[in-house]
Design a protein around this ligand. Structure first.
Ligand code: HEC
Length: 506
């Protein structure tokens, strides 16, 4: 006991030290960011330090740009210039990735995306909001007790909530959050609980209700299973695991493990990138997305669990038609459905076709919406429309010696560059907002924006910002009432809000 306490304290100190080094490094990368420096050196004389404009050049923020402000349009403006009107051409003097970096920089500033700034405020608008096809108001449903990750509306109007450290609870139809459900997987080790150590290992992730919940009562939960001495590790390691259980009289009962991997495949990489989103298709399978919670070479390595979307039967059984065979003893290749994913934060099922769709966060730029297909390779870390956070092109794949051709990978259906930090999404279905039927309602973290996307024939055909400046939107769900439920996170707390048609009684 004494020994494990000493080990625990040492590990905690080590983690605090590592976290300190990481934040120092990120801050350093930020101030040495090449496109920021280049803007100050090459552009600010005419356009002003804050892009506000000056005597020699027009403002680049707060106004429409005459030549367009998509990333390709900005690359064109900067590369070609308008020498006859006083804007030099930079295509010859600056390397192409720096021109792209500058275009992203201008675009990020225009959209108010602070690159690392995390504003925790929620600005919930009063009064009706007018979207193109529907007016709605934003109603607060419940305030939550700690930082949440996921919501799952039940058919009777209650909502199951997962909080990353505290576990599961149920919000009743009056908006009261009930006591914690006891008996959910233990993911939190009090010996190691320094203030932010849940960022490290052992958290509750997604909660999802089985499509046949009314008959079977199953609730699915993903979490990172943390293991230390029990698994023979000195430093704790963790990996995503999926369980299902039922909630009866405030307790989590009948638990079964649905998907898990050998402890040899557990890693020390923090759980913040583990994703763990769940979705069910129309044929009795459950899917779980696993982010890059390991070194990047695992993402293209089928025997390793990370950077994948896995598929099993909803009782945990192995489907007969999964695409890959294991090659190594502790492999998870037999449950891999698709791979080459970065941080697949969203996963949802198309209500009509039953297709599985995913969203994932790119590096700087390159957030994606993907149609997930059997055996598909989504290209990370070789191909992305984004740049690395330091403004350099992403060369991780090349550096790792990966050989992968673009034509063997699947291109995103929608690419967001610069990246709003797309989080989770859901397909709209229901009677409250009929004009949005089957559209994707997509949340974002950094951009604090709620998007509506319409995809037809594999193409983005319509895009609308339903709400801007709201809050970090962690999860999006549609209730049985057809209202859109959003899970907002701010600081160590969370709020559930919902979009209600403004002529309807909430
Ligand atoms: C010598 C002054 C000068 C410098 C240096 C300069 N610009 Fe410009 N820039 C201008 C002027 C003047 C215009 C407007 C040209 C026109 O009327 O079409 C312009 C236009 C632009 C536009 C297009 C605006 C629109 O409305 O479509 C972009 C984008 C832009 N500049 C970005 C940059 C960036 C990025 C840099 C640094 C790499 C830079 N500029 C450096 C003077 C400058």
């Amino acid at each position: 006991m004494r020994r494990s306490l000493i080990v625990g304290v040492c590990v905690a100190l080590l983690m605090v030290f590592v976290a300190g080094c990481l934040s120092w490094y990120m801050a350093r990368r930020e101030t040495h960011e090449p496109s920021l420096l280049a803007f100050a050196e090459q552009c600010a004389v005419c356009h002003g330090n804050a892009l506000q404009g000056g005597e020699l050049g027009p403002p680049l923020i707060g106004v429409e740009l005459r030549n367009g402000d998509s990333t390709p349009a900005l690359i064109r403006s900067i590369g070609r210039g308008y020498p006859e009107r006083g804007m030099p051409s930079f295509g010859q003097t600056l390397p192409p990735e720096l021109v792209k970096g500058l275009a992203l920089y201008v675009s990020e500033q225009r959209q108010g995306f602070g690159r690392t700034s995390q504003s925790w405020e929620s600005l919930i608008p009063d009064g009706p909001q007018q979207a193109r096809d529907h007016a709605f108001r934003v109603e607060v449903v419940a305030e939550l007790g700690s930082r949440p990750y996921s919501i799952a509306p039940l058919p009777d109007g209650r909502i199951v909530v997962s909080e990353i450290v505290r576990g599961l609870s149920v919000v009743d139809t009056q908006g009261n959050q009930g006591p914690l459900i006891s008996g959910t997987p233990r993911v939190w080790d009090p010996i190691l609980s320094t203030e932010n150590s849940y960022l490290m290992m052992g958290v509750v992730l997604d909660v999802a209700v089985h499509p046949g919940f009314d008959e079977n009562g199953w609730i699915y939960l993903s979490h990172t299973h943390r293991c230390q001495l029990d698994c023979g590790f000195v430093i704790p390691k963790s990996m995503v695991r999926v369980v299902r259980g039922r909630i009866r009289e405030g307790r989590w009962v009948d638990q079964e493990i649905i998907w898990s991997v050998d402890p040899d495949l557990y890693t020390v990489v923090p759980d913040t990138v583990s994703a763990g989103r769940l979705a069910f298709d129309h044929e009795g399978h459950v899917y779980v997305s696993i982010g890059g919670k390991a070194s990047y070479d695992w993402v293209q390595w089928l025997d390793k669990p990370t950077g994948k979307i896995h598929r099993v039967r909803d009782d945990g059984g192995l489907p007969t038609d999964n695409p890959f065979e294991p090659k190594e003893e502790t492999s998870t290749a037999h449950t891999v459905w698709s791979y080459g994913h970065r941080t697949p934060q969203g996963l949802a099922t198309h209500p009509v076709t039953g297709e599985i769709w995913g969203t994932e966060m790119g590096p700087r730029g390159g957030d994606e919406v993907n149609l997930i297909v059997r055996g598909g390779n989504y290209g990370w870390p070789m191909f992305t429309h984004g740049l690395d956070y330091n403004g350099e092109p992403v060369t991780i794949g090349q550096d790792l010696g990966l050989e992968l051709k673009l034509e063997d990978t699947i291109e995103p259906v929608v690419d967001f560059t610069p990246a709003p930090a797309i989080s989770s999404f859901e397909f709209y279905r229901g009677r409250a907002f009929p004009a949005w039927e089957n559209d994707l309602i997509v949340g974002s973290l950094r951009a604090r924006t709620l998007y509506r996307l319409r995809i037809e024939g594999g193409q983005l055909v319509d895009e609308e910002k339903l709400l801007t400046g709201l809050a970090r939107i962690r999860d999006v769900e549609i209730g049985a009432d057809g209202f859109v439920y959003l899970l907002l996170e701010h600081g160590e707390l969370g709020t559930i809000v919902r979009l209600v048609p403004s002529d309807a009684k909430g």
